[in-house]
Design a protein around this ligand. Structure first.
Ligand code: GCU
Length: 610
């Protein structure tokens, strides 16, 4: 009980501290983003997806020209030199880069405008919810400043009840995706900087006092004791809260505290555990006298024991693949359930039971698909390579992203690993920064494994690899990115390589691979060909078989993806070509090498072929 209350108090304090810190930085908005509403897909909503008018603002003049007032150039004394209503449109959700050729390489500010009709309901509050806006967003509603948010891959919501009108409303959002050294990610990520309102936008309606956040899971080490907490918005009078799982004949009632907290523990006899083979989801309901929300939720345990990763108490090997959030078969950011099904379907065809979502939280609809499909997930915040580790504000931003990621997804049992960074160079500042993030993640969610992907590997002698990055001491599982055969040496060097670590912990090889242009063929020694990539995979797989503490792998990566770093003509043409599948969906030879290995592992694990 107390631990749940402490956990919740910490979550609250952390969310409010971060919001206040960021607010003081910009002081132009009456309020910052509100505490995150979980499970908006279980709520009554008004979708604002569709066509939005837009104005490109390369010199950031929109604010001084007061675009947020949605002025009209005609029939007024005022001087107005813009008109959203006659401006072109962009589709939301979606990046602006691949909707308009002139915006393909644009980085800067774009103003979005959407008119919509709304009718308020009695005793109802309304929040404007954004699934993601890359990178900085400022929101006005009916000409009034509403809220702002920083971070391109996590959701935010803003209370709009007092500004919404019955009838016509206009929301205006300025989105800026300029990169800065103290941002997360910083200046040079190896992926395309897609700008815009890249995920769903909606009005979420909730009662005056509503169920804001909750965490429901099996208690650590137990396969039938379910515990958790529920937090109600606004600490009004204590409420009776009921948690029901009809299929398990569970109905637990209790009174919330004055602070609107309700925590519980219930025994669940005959609970069927969630696993990749059997992704069992239960219908769960939480209700109070004024609110009710339901969720499809699975129950599983995840822990480590020495170098083992245990899912539901059984040792598991993670057969994985990395992927970026890029749409299959078309250019642009992926979003929505269809894209998720296609991408996870490809991973399933590969024989995966695990995906590493690089290097930022992906759309919640993909996580929901992973819950349904039984695909284990590594979710990560974009603390990527060169981050300003000395900067306190950068640490606050990282904590905010971590808090938003965990808050949004903590009830999705597909997620087993929270990653706090990727390939960050060792230094005292970096170690302290990452240590802080690990502490935050454990405070927010003591039930999942904490990890990070490191490439800080020592080579005391040729072909000798020692995984001794000091950050590993803080982690449950460590991820190693190694590119032997591509950035380092040739594939045959893997046959000579030895691997060791001073840590008694499970390791995942979180990246390996090499570029190949699909359809380019030649000898195994010819880089950029399918044969060279295939050879890398053959040597990697036989080398990794020799690592006694290896408990998973996620090669880099499922599909070729856009990156401004990759400009080799006729080969890369703006794409990182390390995918096993080309951007148009064609599979490369290495795909089948990995598929065959994963089928062998699945067979050894006694899994029936899918
Ligand atoms: C790194 C990095 C990836 C990058 C990859 C590559 O390891 O984590 O983001 O794309 O290497 O160089 O292809």
């Amino acid at each position: 009980m107390n631990s749940n209350r402490n956990l919740l108090a910490v979550t609250l304090a952390r969310v409010c501290f971060v919001c206040v810190t960021l607010l003081s930085a910009s002081n132009s908005f009456a309020q910052s983003a509100s505490p995150l509403i979980q499970n908006v897909f279980g709520r009554s909503t008004l979708s604002l997806n569709g066509d939005w008018h837009y104005i490109v603002d390369p010199h950031d003049e929109g604010k001084s020209r007061r675009y947020y007032l949605n002025g009209k150039p005609f029939g007024t004394r005022d001087f107005v030199e813009y008109n959203f209503d006659t401006s072109p449109t962009l589709h939301v959700p979606g990046d602006w880069n691949f909707q308009r050729p002139e915006l393909q390489l644009y980085e800067g500010t774009v103003w979005y405008q959407k008119s919509f009709s709304y009718r308020s309901q009695p005793n109802t509050r309304a929040f404007l919810y954004f699934g993601a806006a890359n990178y900085r967003a400022q929101v006005w509603l009916n000409g009034q400043p509403l809220c702002e948010h920083e971070g391109g891959f996590t959701p935010f919501d803003c209370e709009a009840t007092s500004l919404l009108q019955d009838g016509d409303n206009v929301v205006i959002v300025s989105v800026n995706d300029t990169r800065h050294a103290d941002d997360i990610p910083a200046l040079r990520p190896d992926w395309f900087n897609y700008g815009g309102l890249t995920r769903d936008v909606m009005i979420v309606e909730v009662p005056r006092q509503f169920i804001q956040q909750y965490s429901i899971r099996l208690e650590r080490g137990s396969t039938q004791r379910i515990s958790g907490w529920v937090r109600l918005s606004d600490a009004l009078a204590p409420q009776t809260v009921t948690l029901r799982i009809p299929e398990l004949k569970i109905s637990s009632k209790a009174i919330s505290t004055k602070a609107g907290l309700f925590s519980f523990t219930v025994e669940a006899a005959n609970l069927q555990l969630w696993s990749p083979e059997k992704p069992k989801l239960y219908h769960l309901e939480i209700s109070t006298s004024s609110d009710q929300i339901s969720e499809a939720i699975g129950f599983r345990t995840i822990e480590t024991r020495g170098t083992e990763i245990l899912l539901n108490g059984r040792s598991i090997f993670l057969r994985g693949i990395d992927l970026h959030e890029e749409a299959p078969y078309r250019s642009g950011r992926a979003h929505g359930a269809d894209d998720a099904r296609t991408l996870l379907g490809w991973a399933r065809d590969l024989g995966c039971n695990f995906v590493r979502l690089a290097h930022y939280p992906h759309d919640e609809l993909l996580i929901r698909e992973a819950d349904r499909m039984g695909m284990l997930v590594w979710s990560e915040i974009p603390v990527y390579q060169g981050i300003d580790f000395k900067n306190r504000q950068t640490l606050d931003k990282a904590r905010q992203l971590l808090t938003e990621m965990i808050t949004r997804d903590q009830n999705h049992m597909a997620i087993i690993l929270w990653s706090v960074s990727n390939e960050t160079p060792k230094s005292p500042e970096r170690n302290a920064f990452l240590h802080q993030l690990v502490v935050t993640a454990r405070e927010l969610d003591p039930t999942r494994l904490i990890t990070t992907a490191t490439n800080q590997v020592s080579t005391p002698a040729p072909h000798q690899k020692v995984f001794d990055d000091p950050i590993i001491a803080d982690l449950d599982v460590f991820g190693v990115n190694e590119y032997i055969g591509w950035y380092e040496g040739v594939p045959a060097d893997l046959d000579l390589t030895t691997w060791s670590t001073p840590y008694n912990k499970p390791m995942i090889v979180s990246e390996f691979g090499g570029d190949a242009r699909q359809g380019l063929h030649g000898s195994v020694n010819q880089r950029w060909t399918e044969e060279y990539q295939e050879d890398i995979y053959k040597h990697q797989i036989s080398a990794l078989r020799r690592i006694p503490f290896l408990r998973g792998m996620s090669p880099w990566l499922l599909k070729d993806f856009r990156s401004p770093h990759r400009q080799l003509p006729g080969i890369q043409d703006g794409y990182n070509r390390k995918g096993l599948i080309s951007e148009s969906g064609e599979r490369k030879k290495a795909f089948y090498v990995l598929q065959q290995y994963y089928r062998e592992l699945a067979y050894q694990a006694g899994e029936s072929a899918r």
